[in-house]
Design a protein around this ligand. Structure first.
Ligand code: SAM
Ligand code: MD0
Ligand code: SF4
Length: 353
């Protein structure tokens, strides 16, 4: 792309105007260092304008990896022969309390679509999340997969702030390949219902799964349209024994560019830098691209898994707040306080009343 064009597109975004699909595709196609630096600078400028130098930290508790689904990108898919675990309520409370002590702003309670919960009205999930919330007094995100609307209403009225459910792509054909035997509209409607029931929502996509740049542009525009409060992109991490092949090295720059474009369009939304893709080494480039949340902070020695990277950097403590803080420090960024995070949540909720 000629310089003139990229400068114009970035200027447009910096003055708060939205971008068109072909402009997004142009940016996602950038490949020379000079242009990429301009892009990441613009994304950081918009982030800093909206959030100053504050970064939010999310603790991650993947408390059941049993799943009834067979997503072809997921290590926990039903057909994969892996060690399964389901943490009990006391363990979940204990882990949440220790994550809080370590300094996170939010606890993300994540699970596979575990048939045990689906057959018992999510009783244990409610107990655990309610108690964990009461005892930590921290904001909570729930990532249970697709659940009925009445359950979402119950999550909402029990005070859980966030419902996370990623479409992975907004191309229906690709969705069918990725989320085998799952319904696009049921998944989409679950998060739209959560939003209408007063929860904040997180939407997300994968790159390196056979998408085109046009697909990514469509997704970004869709995430903007649905006013997702947090928007994410993750490079697909391939695992032995699961069908889809992928290459993080090859695709991660596309993830960084997507983070930056999401920042240009969804300026006030939260955007994660996930430690679940390249571990702690992947933190800096994602923050440099305009991310303002660090997700997948996991305590060592709890027998907990990540999702994309089931064990990377966990047991050596390298996914901890302590390690993250060292990197933030080097980058002149700072972990947000709980009250700064609560203010963001309140301001975001106030947009919809
Ligand atoms: N089971 C729930 C669901 O599917 O919504 C919540 C947990 S699920 C494992 C969380 C997300 O992790 C998926 O939506 C997907 O975006 C991401 N993910 C799973 N496996 C991945 C992989 N191998 N590489 C990158 N991201 C992955
Ligand atoms: C992460 N492994 O943040 C977690 C997960 C689920 N809400 C989040 C994908 O990277
Ligand atoms: Fe199950 Fe979620 Fe993995 Fe799909 S992505 S197999 S729903 S845990």
């Amino acid at each position: 792309m000629n310089n003139y064009k990229i400068d114009d597109i970035l200027k447009k975004a910096l003055s708060g105007n939205t971008l068109k699909k072909d402009e997004i595709v142009d940016i996602l196609s950038l490949d020379n260092e000079n242009d990429l630096n301009k892009l990441y600078n613009a994304a950081r400028e918009i982030r800093n304008r909206n959030f100053m130098n504050k970064i939010f930290l999310y603790g991650f508790v993947y408390f059941s990896n049993y799943c009834r689904n067979n997503c072809n990108f997921c290590y926990s898919r039903k057909s994969n022969n892996i060690e399964r675990y389901r943490k009990n309520t006391d363990e979940i409370i204990d882990i949440s309390l220790r994550l809080k002590d370590s300094g996170v702003n939010l606890i993300d309670l994540t699970m596979g679509e575990d048939p045990f919960y689906h057959n018992s009205d999510f009783k244990d999930v409610f107990n655990a999340s309610f108690e964990a919330k009461k005892q930590t007094n921290l904001p909570m995100m729930i990532s249970p997969g697709v659940v009925d609307h009445d359950l979402i209403d119950r999550f909402s009225s029990s005070g859980i702030e966030w419902y996370a459910l990623y479409q992975e792509t907004h191309n229906r054909n690709l969705f069918e390949l990725l989320r085998k035997d799952q319904d696009y509209d049921i998944r989409m409607n679950a998060k739209l219902h959560a939003k209408s029931s007063g929860m904040l929502i997180e939407e997300g996509i994968l790159v390196g799964v056979g998408e085109t740049l046009e697909d990514i542009a469509d997704s970004i525009l869709e995430m903007k349209k649905m006013e997702a409060d947090q928007v994410r992109v993750m490079t697909y991490v391939s695992h032995e024994g699961i069908p889809l092949k992928g290459d993080v090295e090859l695709n991660k720059e596309l993830e960084f560019k997507t983070i930056a474009v999401m920042r240009l369009l969804c300026q006030n939304s939260l955007i994660p830098a996930s430690l679940d893709i390249e571990g702690i080494d992947g933190l800096k480039p994602r923050l440099d691209a305009g991310a303002n949340v660090i997700t997948s902070i996991i305590l060592p020695s709890e027998g907990l898994q990540g999702v994309a990277q089931s064990c990377k950097d966990i047991d050596d403590g390298n996914r901890s707040v302590e390690t993250v803080n060292k990197i933030l420090n080097e980058m002149n960024l700072k972990a947000a306080t709980s009250s700064e995070y609560s203010s963001y949540i309140s301001s975001r909720k106030a947009l919809y009343v």
